[in-house]
Design a protein around this ligand. Structure first.
Ligand code: FES
Ligand code: FES
Length: 162
């Protein structure tokens, strides 16, 4: 018997419908049903933050929730942050310019979390940046470039030279 259920939601600005098993995580549904593989899976139990997406504007770990829980929600993945194909959001551009990544596995989660952090706090100090990103783990960079990238975006949005 097919036990899949329909889930209607908005993903990256478009109405989408998925048919998923009730226990399927949002992360797996995004990757497997919608082919949005920018959402990475690391620990799959809420520790690393690689799977972070925006759910109704809040950063959430998509490995910790079922896809059916996203019924009616607005989801933004890393693929939906830039204005268009082939473009980078200012956060993505700053991560590139400030060497905020090495292997890149953690990067989608960081980019989404930084985006949410700067919505909450447009001008965070270093302590607030580190606290705001404490749910994201990076095994490569030592975090300095990531913090620098957040500062650069905050300064740029406020009109200061970064
Ligand atoms: S894969 Fe979701 S927090 Fe690590
Ligand atoms: S860049 Fe490799 S884990 Fe962060």
């Amino acid at each position: 018997m097919d036990e899949r259920v329909a889930v209607a939601l908005n993903v990256n600005g478009a109405a989408r419908q998925m048919f998923v098993e009730p226990r399927k995580t949002l992360a797996d549904a995004l990757r497997e049903d919608l082919a949005l593989t920018g959402t990475h899976l690391g620990c799959e139990h809420g520790v690393c933050g690689a799977c972070t997406v925006l759910l109704d504007g809040e950063a959430v770990r998509s490995c910790l929730m079922f896809a059916v829980q996203a019924e009616g929600a607005e989801v933004v993945t890393v693929e939906g942050l830039a204005a268009g194909p082939g473009q980078l959001s200012d956060v993505q551009q700053a991560m590139h310019e400030c060497h905020g990544l090495q292997c890149g596995f953690c990067t989608p989660g960081f980019v989404v979390s930084i985006t949410a952090l700067l919505e909450r706090d447009p001008d965070p100090d270093d302590a607030a940046i580190r606290d705001g990103l404490s749910g994201n783990l990076c095994r490569c960079t030592g975090y300095q470039g990531i913090v620098k990238a957040v500062r650069a975006v905050a300064a740029s949005r406020q009109g200061a030279p970064s």
